[in-house]
Design a protein around this ligand. Sequence first.
Ligand code: GRF
Length: 218
Amino acid sequence: MNSGAPQASIVVFASGRGSNFRALCEAQKRGELPVKIEALVTNVCGAGACEIARAHGVRVIEVAHAGLKRAAHEEAVSKALSAVRADWLVLAGYMRLFTPAFIERYFDKRIGAARIVNIHPSLLPSFAGTDGYAQALRYGVKVTGVTVHLVGAGLDDGPIVAQRALEVRDDDTQESLMKRGLEIEHSLYVQALRDLVTKPWSIQTGRLDGGRPRVVFE
Ligand code: GRF
């Protein structure tokens, strides 16, 4: 796995249980994800993800959002990150929307997008927002899935990096669907991040006027 190239540094953002974060830490330890996990940022002090970080020796940066306006909270996050190397911000269940100004800070002209990546529990653009698995059940679809995408200025938009489908069974509950979905998330996120940091790719637009751009691997 070690090609001799300098490893990308990532900072993971999570607000909750942290199972995706755990999957990234474990894949990194197994040598399947050639990145350095520099820190975990959380807005929820005591979130499950913090325990996982400590167990894996990852520095925890807690910036509680309570009582802070969005911009002030982001300012505090940026300040905390100013001394941390971060080639990519990796959102893994981070339950806050970034302002366009924050996203702009991580914009990289060479790739034409911000260096921020997110995982979402649906086949975007379907079921953006919260509770992707619940939305799939509510709408009665037979297939849903998982999307990894670069973060754009709108809700769950930005160029799609990878997607994987998940069958919705007739007897699925929210719990059973989420359980199978999370298994997909954990492997898809590792694969998509590995591809982003190891393969050549570009963002391609314009298949149809106004179409959503996508990440294309060479
Ligand atoms: C996942 O379903 C992820 O797709 C969404 O938030 C959830 C986080 O779960 N963005 P976990 O904290 O990684 O277990």
